[in-house]
Ligand binder design. Sequence first.
Ligand code: HEC
Ligand code: HEC
Length: 371
Amino acid sequence: MHRILIFCCFLTLGLSLVSCKKDPEICVDCLEDLAFKQAVRDSTPYVLNVPSWLPKPIIPSDNVLTMKGVALGRRLFYDPILSKDSTQSCASCHSLDKSFTDGLPLSKGEKGLVGIRNSMALVNLAYNTRGFFWDGRVNSLENQVLHPIEDPLEMNNTIQEVELRLRRSKMYPALFKEAFGITAKNEITIDLLARAIAQFERTLISGNSRYDQIIWGQKGFPEEDEARGIELFFIEFAGNINHPGCSHCHFNPLFTDNQFRNNGLDYVASLLDFKDPGRRNTTQNINDSGRFRVPTLRNIAFTAPYMHDGRFKTLEEVLQQYEKGGHGVINEDPNILPFKLSDRDKKDLIAFLNMLSDPSFINNKDFSNPF
Ligand code: HEC
Ligand code: HEC
């Protein structure tokens, strides 16, 4: 038996040496096949590091986080292989130093084509159960991934092409095997890619800002302007025109309620006149026209310009808008009311918003480009 085995080994070795001489490429293939064959599934769990003041992240039982899954997702997130002409990765529009936004009013896709919306921060996504995108049109992170890949204004690619490239790549087959235990390269699917990226995205947790450290971590005290800003942001008193009531929609600890609301940006004569129908796209309900998901204010200092269309360059401009109290359009949220803040009040409110910056998030080496 042993002799037969040894004989077979020599025979295969001999054959591959012969084929090497003839065609060096086949030999490279042999090595890659070997890497794939030798890879073994590794389900070591990924342990999320969540501050005690944040809720428990919601992780779906059919896509639990593993070290290998998260690492693969991170690689795919940063790999331009996903876009048709291999120029754009997810990170092109979601850059870590900007809390995973792109600094543009409207995102630019492959070949510089301009999209219709402002890139969204990828922060604390694991807590959102109300739908992703500004209009909440997809219900899970797994389902979200396909959209940018296939969007002609973004990565402009097809599922078949992405699967083909991953199956043919040098490194991915072994990585997919380690993460998901596939047994053949053609078991690499867009579905597994989406699961890996979603795993990585659920690790993007930010909860260690100066505000958190002072309020929950009991480390230090706010400066005077910050303390006044905190009061202006949180204290709500109907009829008190000096309290804008921001926390009604952007509340602790995530600074969003993930609901869809019209915060009074535009005047329209009829609900059908909004340039971007927003939530109506998803529900087909006319009352949802011009409603958008309330975005988190965590890391807001890093994510200018602001709103779904990036219309405001600065937080000062944002406050000037809110001061007006909307335009009286019928589906405006009842909490959008006019208020009056002095220049000092505005500075203080912005000092508070700046407290929500989390340098440990944007400098986290586990989130950066692995290439
Ligand atoms: C061309 C720029 C661009 C590229 C490339 C891009 N995105 Fe986005 N991303 C956006 C924009 C713009 C939005 C908001 C779109 C909307 O609301 O319609 C968004 C929204 C998202 C959201 C929703 C966040 C939330 O809170 O609802 C996620 C998640 C996301 N992108 C992940 C990815 C991933 C993963 C990739 C790569 C597969 C990717 N993006 C590639 C621009 C881009
Ligand atoms: C009625 C709920 C509501 C209230 C009250 C509210 N907001 Fe908002 N906020 C929203 C919604 C909805 C959006 C997204 C709107 C859009 O893009 O069309 C938003 C967007 C923002 C943005 C832009 C975020 C980004 O990522 O682009 C900032 C900054 C902001 N709000 C700050 C504040 C401040 C400061 C206050 C108090 C003065 C406040 N908000 C009060 C609902 C609210």
